[in-house]
Design a protein around this ligand. Structure first.
Ligand SMILES: Cc1ncc(COP(=O)(O)O)c(C=O)c1O
Length: 430
C-alpha cells in the first residue's frame, strides 16, 4: 500500500508494504508508506534508517513526545510490579491516583469522579451511557464534521459519512445533528442556533435529549474552534432542559491548546469530559471525567472493560501529567502556537503561496487550508520526501493540521516548518 509517497521507499519499505498488503485488510489504511522502527521525542526512524520529523505525533497522542524518558521509566517500574488485574476484580493505586488527579484538574467546579477505559471511542460510548442513566433519556445531539470514533454509537455521533459510515448499514437511532459553525464556510453561530431551533420546533422535544456532545476544537473535522458564544448557548440550553454537556477533548485536551482542556478557554463548564490520546503518551488509555452527582448514578457493574484503566496506562498517564507540569508544556503549547501562527500568517501574505488560507485553531492545535484535497495530498507527499510527517483533516481533507509534540526542540520545529514551506513552494501556486 503506497498511499502517499512511493518515491522515498526502498527495499525494506517495499517488502513491509507487500507483507502488509497480504496480512492486513485495506480498510485499515495508513496515510504514509513508512514503517517505523524507532522514535524519540519529535523524530521517527523507519525501516530504511531514514529519519523524519514528526508533526503528527500519533494523531495528537504524543504531547510529551515519543518515548519521554519519565514516561518510559514509570512504565518500566509498573512492568516490574504487575501488568494487569482487571480493575473489576482488584483495584490498584495507579488507577485511583490518576482518577484523583483528573478529578482535581477537571474543567468544572464541584466534585468530580473519573472512570478509565482504553480507547477514545470507548470513552465517548461510556460518557453517553452515563448521560443516559443520569437523565433517563436517550437522545444525543452532535455536530456536523464531528469525529467521535468508529464504533457503532460513535460512528452515529460522527458527522462525516464517508468513509466512516458508508456501507455499514443502520447505525444508531436517537442521534440528532446540527451544523458546526465554520466561519470560512459561511456557517455562523446564528445558523447553528437557528437549525437547532428548527429541530426543536419540527422534530425533537429537547426534554428527550440526554446529552449534547461537542469537540471544543474539532479535530478530524478541520481544527474548527467552537465559538464561546455557541458553548454559552449550549450550556444555557442544557441548564434549561436538563441536558448534559459533554466536551469531547480526546484530540484537543491534555495541554494541546494552551490549557489542559480546550473548553477552559471559553469559561464554559461541561458536565462530562472525554480524554484519551495524549493522556498516556502513546499507551492506550482513556477517561470519562464527570460531575460526581452524575457519575454516581450508574449502578455497580454496568461500567468497565477488561483492559480499561490498565496499570501500564495509568502509570504512563501519571508520568505524563507530571511532565506537563514540570516542563511547562501548557505554556509551551502557547509559544509553539504563536510560532506556527506567525509562520502560517506570513505564508498567507505571500503571492507565491496564495493557496494557504484560513489559518485557525487554539494554542498549538493549529491548521490551515489549501486550495483542495489534491493540493493538500501533494504537499503532504512532498513534505514526506523531505523528511517531514504531516496529516490532513477537514471537510474534504484540504486542511494541514499540526499536532507536534509539545516537547519538540526549537531547532526541530524550525527545521520542520522550513521543510513544510519548501513543500508548499514546490506545489502551491494556483
Ligand atoms: C475528538 C475525538 N473523539 C474520539 C476519537 C476516537 O478515539 P479512538 O480512535 O481512540 O477511538 C478521536 C480520534 O481521533 C477524536 O479525535
Amino acid at each position: 500500500m503506497k498511499s502517499v509517497d512511493d518515491s522515498r521507499s526502498g527495499n525494506a519499505t517495499d517488502s513491509w508494504l507487500a507483507r502488509r498488503r497480504t496480512a492486513v485488510p485495506r480498510g485499515m489504511a495508513s496515510s504514509t508508506p513508512l514503517s517505523a522502527v524507532r522514535a524519540r521525542n519529535a523524530e521517527v526512524w523507519d525501516v530504511e534508517g531514514r529519519r523524519y520529523i514528526d508533526f503528527v505525533g500519533g494523531i495528537g497522542t504524543l504531547a510529551t513526545g515519543h518515548c519521554h524518558p519519565d514516561v518510559i521509566a514509570a512504565v518500566q517500574r509498573q512492568l516490574g510490579a504487575f501488568t494487569h488485574t482487571a480493575f473489576q476484580v482488584m483495584s490498584y493505586p495507579p488507577y485511583i491516583e490518576l482518577c484523583e488527579k483528573l478529578n482535581r484538574l477537571a474543567p468544572f467546579t464541584g466534585t468530580a469522579q473519573t472512570v478509565l477505559f482504553t480507547t477514545g471511542a470507548e470513552a465517548v460510548e461510556n460518557a453517553v451511557k452515563i448521560a443516559r442513566i443520569a437523565t433517563g433519556r436517550a437522545g444525543v445531539l452532535a455536530f456536523s464534521g464531528a469525529f467521535h470514533g468508529r464504533t457503532f454509537l460513535t460512528m452515529g455521533l460522527t458527522g462525516k459519512y464517508a468513509p466512516y459510515k458508508r456501507g455499514y448499514g443502520a447505525i444508531t437511532a436517537d442521534v440528532y445533528r446540527v451544523p458546526f459553525p465554520v466561519t470560512h464556510r459561511g456557517i455562523a453561530v446564528e445558523d447553528t442556533l437557528r437549525t437547532l431551533d428548527a429541530l426543536f420546533y419540527s422534530d425533537l422535544d429537547p426534554g428527550r435529549l440526554a446529552a449534547i456532545i461537542i469537540e471544543p476544537v474539532q479535530g478530524e473535522g478541520g481544527f474548527n474552534v467552537a465559538p464561546t458564544e455557541l458553548l454559552r448557548r449550549l450550556r444555557e440550553l442544557c441548564d434549561e432542559h436538563g441536558i448534559l454537556l459533554i466536551a469531547d477533548e480526546i484530540q484537543s485536551g491534555i495541554a494541546r491548546t494552551g490549557r489542559l482542556f480546550a473548553i477552559e478557554h471559553s469559561g464554559i463548564e461541561p458536565d462530562l469530559v472525554t480524554v484519551a490520546k495524549s493522556l498516556a503518551g502513546g499507551f492506550p488509555l482513556s477517561a470519562v471525567i464527570g460531575r460526581e452527582p452524575i457519575m454516581s448514578q450508574v449502578e455497580p457493574g454496568s461500567l468497565g472493560s477488561t483492559y480499561g484503566g490498565s496499570p501500564i496506562g495509568c502509570a504512563a498517564a501519571l508520568a505524563v501529567l507530571d511532565v506537563i507540569h514540570a516542563e511547562g508544556l501548557i505554556q509551551r503549547a502557547n509559544r509553539i502556537g504563536a510560532r506556527l501562527r506567525e509562520r502560517f500568517d506570513s505564508w498567507t501574505h505571500r503571492e507565491d503561496l496564495a493557496a494557504v488560507r484560513n489559518v485557525r485553531g487554539l494554542g498549538a492545535m493549529l491548521g490551515f487550508d489549501l486550495a483542495d484535497a489534491a493540493t493538500a495530498r501533494v504537499v503532504v507527499s512532498r513534505a514526506l520526501q523531505r523528511g517531514l510527517i504531516l496529516l490532513t483533516c477537514g471537510r474534504d481533507a484540504e486542511t494541514i493540521r499540526m499536532l507536534v509534540p509539545l516537547t519538540i526542540e526549537d531547532v526541530l520545529l524550525s527545521e520542520g516548518l522550513d521543510l513544510l514551506e519548501q513543500a508548499l513552494c514546490e506545489v502551491v501556486p494556483t
